[in-house]
Design a protein around this ligand. Structure first.
Ligand code: PLP
Length: 358
């Protein structure tokens, strides 16, 4: 075994905050669990990892991440399965994406076993924070950022890798409204769109705020050149059911390779539902809505899993999308995903990383 993660130091909090949490009334991301994983990088290597009480930390005002944006993150979930154990969903896939993000931002790779063992050590200490209530889960947020103090523009030599967690309730599946963006851009080909880096979010806030002022919840991002082809919906991948097929934009450097997107594609195949990964134009979308050949539009991401879209604005015109029925594709696939996570359906793709729950 590797000595790096064999020797994870655990420093437990003297005062747990868990009794202050109303597990039947959880607001997304509001409550942080008692502990976090903390690993520092210096002189070319990741140093001894530790699980420590979640607490504020000091950083230098000349912190390179704040000035030049070397900061990437992940978002995954752990569930309490039917046997009371903790099941982390597709941890390896999230680790692989973290590696891609780190590489794009010139940040050091995190070894798989450090990621997995660190996560496991953290969840063992904070096992009680994994909710057992229906539809709830523990949201896991790995974060890596530069810590070197320097005003000159450079790649940092020092970093911190943290994993923090937060119990979250069932996502309210209130259908949302969306506006096709034909002016602003989230990501351009060759840029950082496929990386989960913090700056992508900062850059998306303003166009989203403009859309909100116009009465829409989110932006449907289109390609940066012509605003002709669809990329993503807000900070989710977007999927359509078109003439009885599941259609989703093909991955590019401007589209984030979502784990939920991938899981839905795999399950669609299992269900014998035809899939197409290809370019989808705004024109085709509009035509599909008008002729009725487009029956579902939904966002796919870890936070919401499946987020139905009820209304879409295309070049100033509002279109209503029919409400997804009980046996719509999105509701069936969502149920399948949930059953796999909870151990109610066989995990044939080996997506669950199960650890004993206390
Ligand atoms: C995180 C994210 C997604 C969804 O990815 P999942 O792995 O399914 O959570 C989609 N688009 C963007 C831009 C994201 O940052």
């Amino acid at each position: 075994m590797n000595t790096l993660t064999d020797s994870i130091i655990v420093q437990k909090t003297k005062r747990s905050r868990i009794s202050e949490i109303d597990f039947n009334n959880l607001e997304f991301g509001k409550h942080l669990s008692d502990h976090m994983l903390l690993v520092e990088y210096d002189k070319g290597q990741w140093l001894s990892p530790s699980v420590v009480p979640y607490a504020d930390m000091t950083i230098t005002p000349a912190n390179l991440a704040l000035h030049y944006g070397q900061s990437v993150f992940e978002g995954l979930k752990a569930y309490r399965n039917k046997d009371g154990n903790i099941s982390i969903f597709r941890a390896l896939k999230h680790h692989q994406r973290l590696l891609k993000s780190l590489e794009r931002m010139c940040m050091p790779a995190i070894p798989e076993e450090l990621f997995i063992h660190g996560l496991q050590a953290l969840l063992e200490v904070d096992a009680a924070w994994v909710p057992g209530t229906k539809g709830a889960s523990l949201y896991i947020r790995p974060l890596v950022f530069a810590t070197e103090s320097r005003l000159g523009v450079k790649v940092s030599d020092q970093y911190k890798f943290l994993i923090m967690t937060s119990p979250v309730g069932p996502y309210l599946n209130k259908p949302f409204t969306i506006k096709v963006e034909d002016h602003y851009t989230r990501a351009a080909e060759g840029g950082t769109g496929y990386a989960k880096c913090s700056g992508n979010y900062g850059g998306a806030f303003y166009p989203t705020q403009v859309a909100r002022q116009q009465g829409y919840d989110q932006v449907l991002w289109t390609d940066h050149k012509e605003h002709k082809y669809i990329d993503e919906a807000g900070m989710m991948n977007v999927m359509f059911v078109f003439k009885g097929k599941l259609v989703t934009p093909r991955l590019s450097s401007a589209i984030l390779d979502g784990v939920t997107r991938d899981s839905i594609l795999v399950l669609a195949k299992d269900m014998g539902f035809p899939i197409e990964e290809r370019k989808v134009s705004v024109e085709e979308l509009e035509e599909g809505i008008v002729t009725g050949s487009l029956t579902e539009i939904f966002g796919a991401g870890t936070a919401a899993v499946v987020a139905p879209i009820a209304n879409i604005n295309i070049r100033g015109k509002d279109y209503t999308i029919p409400v997804a029925s009980e046996d719509s594709f999105q509701n069936r696939v969502k149920q399948k995903l949930q059953d796999i996570r909870l151990g109610l359906a066989p995990d044939v793709h080996e997506w669950n990383h199960v650890i004993p729950g206390k």
